[in-house]
Design a protein around this ligand. Sequence first.
Ligand SMILES: Cc1cc2nc3c(=O)[nH]c(=O)nc-3n(C[C@H](O)[C@H](O)[C@H](O)COP(=O)(O)OP(=O)(O)OC[C@H]3O[C@@H](n4cnc5c(N)ncnc54)[C@H](O)[C@@H]3O)c2cc1C
Length: 334
Amino acid sequence: MEAVRTELFDLTIVGGGPVGMFGATLASLHGMKVKIIESLPELGGQLYALYPEKPVYDVAGFPAVPAKDLALSLVAQMERYRPEVVLKESVETVEALADGTFLLHSNKGVHGTRAILLAVGIGSFLPRRIPAQGAESWEGKGLHYFVPPLDTFAGQHVLVVGGGDTAVDWALAVAGKARQVTVVHRRNEFRAQEDSVRQMHETDNINVVTPAEVEEILGADEVSGVRIRHQEKGSHELNVDAIIGGLGFHPDLGPVKTWGLELKGSTIKVAPESMMTTRPGIWAVGDAAFYPGKVKLIATGFGEVGIAVAQIRTFLHPGVSGLPHSTTLKNKNR
Ligand SMILES: Cc1cc2nc3c(=O)[nH]c(=O)nc-3n(C[C@H](O)[C@H](O)[C@H](O)COP(=O)(O)OP(=O)(O)OC[C@H]3O[C@@H](n4cnc5c(N)ncnc54)[C@H](O)[C@@H]3O)c2cc1C
């Protein structure tokens, strides 16, 4: 039976990724009673679950920061203001009550709230698997979609599959530890950021094989090689110690899709001036939010959450607008 939690929060944030956590910091800092609900056992979203060791270069104020460290800093920043953190709980449905508040039903209980901020990102982290026949049987035996500590690859020959940012970023990160990195992509053109692609081509121990695909993974108990089919030169075998599937992840909003919000593919349409969804009282930010010109970056999400929290403050306290500077909130910053 669902445990009913009658305590009413001003704001409940669904999703404990970087954007949700920064939302919890801002909203708590500005006096709201905040709860943040995350389905995974750890906070940090994609930073912690997908690429903890990869350096992030484009978050303001950090020249280069490993994703995990950024996630931990966001946790520490948020914890100063003591929002209620609920882990290992997945929010499933929303119920609007006659008094204008909401009940959020999760797989474990019910949460009362006056406003909702959806920071659900790309939803559950379902990797796009490499299309080689039988590839699924190599997961955990040298084929990685969730990349382990980079030291795992020290001295190895690592094959990275894909042509977008995920693949190219991994190739560059792993090249610092591995003996050799081979990148296989089915097109000659890479979709990753131009600068990263240039860096990849200039890195001595990265070899790029295009247009080509992995036909088969070879090995006894563990991955020891692959058969690559080059579109012009035919098939050849290559000895490798590990494979990173860098084709990205399937975005999927999960149960939020059924909430009656206007969607754009696997994202939620919001008004960019408020970040509110098409349902009053429900806002969306970060990778989950869509508006024309949207860019899926941590920095963008941080900006969006500032707009959303200001609007939520006005929603909760009509007549109050904007957000005062944090430096003026003396009591909160002790
Ligand atoms: C390999 C890779 C490299 C990247 N590099 C960079 C980079 O260098 N710079 C940059 O700016 N961005 C980068 N990004 C993108 C960046 O990680 C995302 O933009 C960012 O994580 C979005 O944050 P978010 O909080 O919106 O969502 P997420 O990080 O996806 O977090 C959402 C959280 O919500 C939780 N959740 C989902 N549904 C529910 C539910 N129903 N109930 C409870 N919890 C739920 C999920 O478990 C997840 O923890 C990269 C992404 C990848 C995959």
